[in-house]
Design a protein around this ligand. Structure first.
Ligand SMILES: Cc1cc2nc3c(=O)[nH]c(=O)nc-3n(C[C@H](O)[C@H](O)[C@H](O)COP(=O)(O)OP(=O)(O)OC[C@H]3O[C@@H](n4cnc5c(N)ncnc54)[C@H](O)[C@@H]3O)c2cc1C
Length: 226
C-alpha cells in the first residue's frame, strides 16, 4: 500500500482556530487569519475538541492518493459517507494480477501456496474471458476480493478524527488500520495541533469498544509505531 497526501487546505491549524475566533469576537472575516499562526496555542483547539464545537474542524480538508489497497479494505473505506472518493474503474481499466496478500497468509507457506494458486487461476480466467470478448465489467466478477485498487479520497478534519477513532482501534481490520495509521502520520506533519489528540478511545483513557482488546495504546508514539 502506498499512501500520499496529495493536497490540503493551507495552514489547517490556523484556519480552524480563526473559524472559532469569529464566533467570539467582533472582527470581520477579512481580519481573521492575520497573525493567527503566531497566536495559535493548542489550548483553543483542544477546547473545541472537548466541547464538541466541531463545525470548526470542517473548514479544512485533506486529499490522499492511495495505491495498492485491496478491494476488501476499499469496501470498508467507502462506508465513510462524509468522505469523497474517486476509485479506479474495473469497467474501463484492464486489471493486472495484483492481489494483496494478508500477513497471516504470507507467514504460512502452505496457505501462501493455496492463496497464490487460486489468485493466479482467477486472474488467468479474467484474461481468457476478456480475450474471448467478454466486457471487462463482466470479466471482473471472477477477480479475487483482495484485488488491488487505486483511489483518491478527501476528508475534512472532523471526519478524519471520526475515522481515526474507529479505524485505529486495535480491533479494526488490519489493512484499514494500517491505512489510517499512515494517514495520521501524514496529517500530523501538516496540522500538528489539530491532530495532537486523534485516535481510538483508549488513547484518551477509556475504551469504548463492546469487546475490548485489553491492550490499550499507551500514547501517540505507541499508536503511530504499531
Ligand atoms: C470495527 C468495525 C466493524 C464493523 N463491522 C461492520 C459489519 O460487520 N457490517 C457492516 O455493514 N458494517 C460494519 N462496520 C461499518 C460501520 O457500521 C460504519 O458503516 C462505518 O464504520 C462508517 O462509520 P460511520 O457511519 O460512523 O461514519 P461516516 O459515514 O463517516 O459518518 C460520520 C458520522 O456522520 C453521521 N452520519 C453520517 N451519515 C448519517 C446518516 N445517514 N444519518 C445520521 N447520521 C449520519 C454519524 O454521526 C456518523 O458517525 C464496521 C466498522 C467498524 C469500525
Amino acid at each position: 500500500m502506498n499512501v500520499r497526501l496529495l493536497a490540503h487546505t493551507p495552514n489547517p491549524d490556523a484556519v480552524v482556530a480563526a473559524s472559532a475566533r469569529i464566533c467570539y469576537s467582533d472582527i470581520t472575516s477579512g481580519e481573521l487569519l492575520k497573525g493567527e499562526e503566531e497566536k495559535l496555542s493548542g489550548k483553543l483547539i483542544a477546547n473545541l475538541f472537548t466541547s464538541g464545537h466541531l463545525s470548526t474542524f470542517e473548514h479544512v480538508s485533506f486529499t490522499f492518493g492511495i495505491d495498492g489497497l485491496s478491494r476488501v479494505a476499499s469496501h470498508q473505506l467507502v462506508r465513510h459517507r462524509i468522505a469523497s472518493f474517486s476509485q479506479q474503474s474495473q469497467r474501463y481499466v484492464k486489471m493486472d494480477d495484483d492481489v494483496v496478500v494478508p500477513p497471516s497468509v504470507q507467514a504460512n507457506p502452505e496457505a501462501l501456496r493455496i492463496f497464490q494458486e487460486q489468485a493466479e487461476s482467477a486472474h488467468n480466467a479474467y484474461k481468457v474471458l476478456t480475450e474471448m470478448g467478454i466486457p471487462k465489467e463482466d470479466a471482473r466478477f471472477i477477480l479475487p476480493h483482495g484485488h488491488a485498487t487505486n483511489l483518491v479520497m478527501s476528508m475534512n478534519a472532523r471526519e478524519l478524527h471520526h475515522f481515526f477513532r474507529l479505524r485505529l482501534c486495535r480491533r479494526a481490520q488490519w489493512e484499514i488500520h494500517e491505512l489510517a495509521r499512515q494517514m495520521l502520520i501524514l496529517v500530523r506533519e501538516k496540522a500538528p495541533v489539530l491532530f495532537a489528540k486523534a485516535g481510538p478511545s483508549c488513547i484518551f483513557g477509556k475504551c469504548e469498544e463492546a469487546k475490548s482488546c485489553n491492550q490499550p495504546y499507551k500514547d501517540m508514539e505507541d499508536l503511530l509505531l504499531d
